[in-house]
Design a protein around this ligand. Structure first.
Ligand code: AYL
Length: 544
């Protein structure tokens, strides 16, 4: 078999050229073509911005940021914003000012936000009045903190709280710095294969390239391309790489209209479907499941939709059929993407003419992307189709590394430059990939990352907890839910499940709650070097 074995898979689409542009230059390069067309609309409030407005506000905002604050190019700015159109203003004004952006989930607790913003050395927080109190509580403990920008709220100069005008206007004349495409643009947080969330260094080029990869001519022909005439609806967060690059920046590049929602409720979503008649929906599997199963969503609500994009978690084969059954037609393409925060995010995508027999596949490698699959036990290249192993990738979309963490970086990017995804996959004869498992600890709840390490260290803070382990257990709606196994210290036998939940719940964002349950055990299974044997715990769950 050795002679026919393939050590490295190359994208069937060939290569993309990498333009030497910053993310903002790239994304808005054609904006003049659609300057008077809507770019972003808040589906709930109706607040809307044209491409012309966005471009102008971002350019002014970049100058104002440098003129009205002590921030300097290279400084970090933290976005604590709900999914509102202004998110894009904050991002591109900051990037054009040479700042580095980190974004966080506004449902995070003070504890979670403080950790991220301290790690990223955030100097300025951009927020809205509803989150100002939270922002100020976080700001208190940031060593490099300078100011807060309160979009849509009252400025309070003595407290170093500036209004939106500091983002959009300045009398002073300031020059914008030169930003290189190799400079870091954003620092999203991801737990990667192990440990707590870490800053992922994505350069302008990483983000630009990943959009270029999706726009590769042959790929576009095979993926039922979106155009400026499409209207997309999303409730997926801009503070996650999917919403950030694969939706927000990608759609801005092609001049499409994006209707976003600050939060999900079935009623609001249904209302947006009827009111905006979207042609495109961006979803994660649990949102698709909602569309299929919710009694109030009828074929009429989905009549305008002809493209669906799904990513971030495994999409069960049967779900696509169920969706077609629900809408009573099959002329709506369902494209699946696979990737991760560390890869900006795209690695593979399904072409719309993918044979039905391959449904369940997450598609083929994006242009300029190389892959190899290595055996889980001995690390040797598998080299033949249909044999599972860990996926390794190489490509211009792979991150520059984890922020201030060369150890974690070298754990995932080996000396030959291969990025180890921690996903177990196989590919078929036509090089379609199938994701079947994870070797990494990561738990995915409705597409959101949950780091078991983060929850375990929290559990160990409970007096009376001797040892703890958290694993993801399957859930038909959320995909997975975090479940804790706890060893009580002697004398703490009266510790209850409720007391554990009561300790954890207020300290974490809702989706990280131990919704999979809490179980007391005699011991946590570990290997000789102390590593938690998570599969043993998972098997324990499936036996119950
Ligand atoms: P992160 N199928 C199965 N698992 C997936 C898929 C998929 N289609 N996509 C992501 N995952 C899992 O950092 C996988 O374990 O980025 C992967 O390592 O939140 C992990 O989620 C990464 O999670 C796009 C648009 C990808 C969006 C995305 C999702 C990025 C999620 C490509 O074009």
């Amino acid at each position: 078999t050795c002679s026919s074995s393939v050590k490295v898979l190359k994208s069937v689409y060939g290569e993309v050229d990498v333009p030497e542009q910053t993310l903002s230059q790239f994304v808005f390069a054609d904006a003049h073509k659609w300057r008077d067309l809507p770019a972003l609309t808040c589906g709930v409030s109706g607040r809307s911005y044209t491409y012309g407005m966005i471009q102008q506000l971002c350019q002014r905002g970049a100058r104002a940021l440098l003129a009205n604050t002590d921030l300097e190019p290279g400084d970090r700015i933290g976005l604590l914003l709900p999914n509102v159109p202004e998110f894009t203003l904050a991002v591109h004004a900051s990037l054009q000012a040479g700042l580095v952006v980190t974004y966080a989930n506004p449902l995070f607790t003070v504890h979670e936000l403080t950790r991220q913003f301290t790690s990223a050395k955030v100097r300025c927080i951009v927020t809205v009045p509803q989150l100002l109190e939270l922002a100020q509580a976080v700001a208190k403990s940031l060593p490099a903190y300078d100011c807060t920008i309160n979009i849509g709220g009252e400025p309070s100069p003595q407290n170093k709280i500036l209004g939106l005008e500091s983002l959009t206007s300045t009398e002073k004349k300031v020059d914008l710095p030169e930003v290189r495409s190799s400079d870091i643009a954003v620092l999203p947080y991801s737990s990667g294969t192990t440990g707590v969330p870490k800053g992922v260094m994505l350069s302008h080029r990483n983000l630009v390239v990943n959009i270029m990869q999706l726009l590769h001519p042959q790929l576009v022909e095979e993926t039922d391309p979106l155009t400026f005439q499409d209207v997309s609806l999303t409730v997926l967060p801009f503070f996650h790489i999917y919403g950030f690059n694969a939706i927000l920046n990608y759609l801005a590049k092609i001049g499409s209209h994006l209707v976003s929602m600050p939060k999900f409720t079935p009623q609001d979503y249904i209302k947006c479907l009827l009111e905006y008649q979207p042609t495109v929906l961006f979803v994660v599997p649990s949102l698709l499941l909602f569309l299929i199963t919710h009694p109030e969503v009828t074929p009429r609500h989905l009549a305008s939709v002809n493209k669906i994009f799904c990513g971030a978690a495994p999409l069960k084969k049967g779900l696509i059929d169920q969706f077609y059954e629900k809408i009573g037609r099959t002329d709506c393409t369902i494209t699946q993407g696979y990737g991760m925060t560390e890869t900006s995010p795209g690695i593979t995508i399904t072409p719309y003419n993918m044979p039905y027999s391959k449904s369940g596949s997450c598609g083929r490698l994006l242009p300029s992307t190389l892959a190899r699959v290595i055996d889980l036990s001995d690390g040797h290249v598998v080299g033949v189709p249909n044999r599972p192993g860990e996926l390794l990738v190489k490509g211009p979309q792979v991150m520059q590394g984890y922020l201030d963490n060369p150890g974690a970086t070298s754990d995932v990017i080996d000396t030959h430059g291969w990025f180890h995804t921690g996903d177990v996959v196989y590919y078929d004869e036509e090089e379609y990939f199938y994701i079947i498992d994870r070797t990494k600890e990561l738990i995915k709840v409705k597409g959101n990352q949950v780091s078991p390490t983060e929850l375990e260290s929290l559990l160990l803070e409970i007096p009376g907890v001797a040892d703890a382990a958290v694993v993801g257990i399957p859930d038909s709606f959320a995909g997975e839910l975090p479940k804790a196994f706890i060893v009580r210290k002697p004398g703490f036998d009266d510790m209850t499940v409720d007391s554990v939940q009561d300790f954890v719940t207020p300290k974490v964002a809702t989706y990280k709650k131990l919704a999979g349950g809490v179980e007391f055990v005699e011991a946590i299974p570990r290997n000789p070097s102390g590593k938690i044997l998570r599969n043993e715990l998972k098997n324990l769950c499936s036996q119950n």
